[in-house]
Design a protein around this ligand. Structure first.
Ligand SMILES: Cc1cc2ncn([C@H]3O[C@H](COP(=O)(O)O)[C@@H](O)[C@H]3O)c2cc1C
Ligand SMILES: O=C(O)c1cccnc1
Length: 388
């Protein structure tokens, strides 16, 4: 069995029993039920991923930035020259990009992976070389890559994810670098969700109105040329869709998400590139969505379409439209806080705080006394609840 098939076979659904325990525990913690809003759902999700309640702290955090170039650049879909991809890889390795600053802010490691940069990149510490092609072919004129290349890129992402987990990572974060990759993202999102290119295509790094109209046309043509319009008659083959209109970094990020799920480690998704890649991962293994946290919602309109299809609610909405993993990095402390709540916050019983239900039936003073006396290991503030 190949690495992709083996990884898919190893993905289990998020653990329902641990999630039920987490939900029930949220209601016994010293706060009004539901008062932590979306963070309570994240805590439940982390428990389901780890099959443990309370879940382990999601860390250390490891960001992988997958870099690749795009043949569709020739269609004028971005104001930036293609060589910026390779130049930004050098910037990541020198520690000078926004992703480096945010990674330092939250204590995440940064790994840069060349899965398809057009230029030759000199070997450097922190650079993983898994170049599958020197960029993709132009997706508006035919398939961007072969099925074999798509599988190789997915497997490169799996390998990087498994490797980071083997080296101790407890939370994976997705990152991307690839000039023109918001065009491929829009095409993937249309292919997997049935959305219209008009709705799923945005300005990316900042094309003007004429450029955006051209970009929408390019996405529409890509779907037509590759036979992906009008809703597929049967279930689409996710590898074929990736090969037709994806990028090598999209395929690798899909594999990275699958590796997280197979390892029962949470993965924080970044922006529209990650959203598009996660649609491919979910099409390959629907259960992998249970291991995903949507770090943020980018300003790129297709991202909201992708997140809705995945059933994921973004944690942060700051109108970011950068990529690199920046939105995932900003969300990481919130994910940690969600886990810490389940691990460290006292229950009404252990802290001797009167629960509103108990207060209605008993003399409040008596309940506090009983609660304080009834501190037990299983219910202690240290959160020593056995896993599972
Ligand atoms: C200097 C610079 C740094 C970036 N970091 C991420 N991106 C982001 O912008 C690109 C996608 O936008 P589009 O499809 O419009 O080309 C990707 O490389 C993405 O990672 C950057 C773009 C630039 C120019
Ligand atoms: O959503 C993103 O991550 C994004 C948006 C625009 C350009 N690059 C990345």
């Amino acid at each position: 069995m190949g690495l992709l098939d083996g990884t898919l076979a190893g993905i289990r659904p998020a653990d329902a029993a641990a999630m039920a325990l987490a939900r029930e525990r949220q209601d016994r913690l010293t706060k009004p039920p539901g008062s932590l809003g979306v963070l309570e759902d994240i805590g439940v999700r982390l428990a389901g991923a780890a099959a443990a309640c309370p879940p382990p702290m999601p860390g250390p955090a490891a960001l992988a930035i997958f870099a690749a170039d795009h043949g569709v650049h020739a269609q004028g879909v971005t104001p930036w020259p293609q060589e910026v991809t390779a130049q930004m890889v050098a910037n990541f390795l020198a520690g000078g990009a926004v992703a480096n600053a945010f990674a330092a802010q939250v204590g995440a490691t940064v790994t840069v992976v060349d899965v398809g940069v057009a230029a030759d990149l000199p070997a450097a510490p922190g650079l993983v070389s898994r170049k599958i092609a020197r960029g993709t072919a132009d997706l508006s004129r035919g398939p961007a890559m072969t099925a074999d290349q798509a599988v190789a890129a997915v497997e490169a992402g799996i390998t990087v994810g498994l490797d980071l987990v083997a080296r101790g990572a407890g939370c994976l974060l997705t990152g991307d670098m690839g000039i023109a990759n918001t065009t491929a993202s829009a095409a993937l999102i249309c292919a997997f969700t049935g959305s219209d290119p008009e709705r799923a295509t945005g300005a990316g790094t900042g094309v003007d109105a004429a450029g955006l109209a051209r970009k929408v046309g390019v996405v529409r043509r890509a779907l037509e040329v590759n036979g992906l319009t009008g809703g597929a008659p049967g279930p689409v083959d996710p590898v074929r869709v990736l090969a037709a209109v994806g990028g090598l970094e999209h395929a690798a990020i899909a594999g990275f998400v699958l590796a997280a799920a197979a390892s029962r480690v949470p993965v924080i998704l970044d922006g529209v590139i990650a959203g598009a890649a996660a649609l491919a991962a979910a099409a390959l293994a629907p259960d992998c969505v249970g291991y995903c946290v949507a770090g943020h919602r980018s300003a790129e309109p297709g991202h909201a379409v992708a997140l809705r299809h995945l059933g994921l609610r973004p944690l942060v909405e700051l109108d970011l439209r950068l990529g690199e993993g920046t939105g995932a990095l900003l969300a990481y402390p919130l994910v940690g806080a969600a886990a810490r709540v389940l691990r460290e916050v006292a229950t009404f019983d252990s802290a001797g705080v009167t629960d509103k239900n108990a207060a209605g039936t008993e003399h409040a003073g008596g309940v506090i006394g009983e609660g304080a006396a009834g501190v037990t290991g299983a219910d202690s503030a240290a959160g020593a609840v056995p896993p599972g």
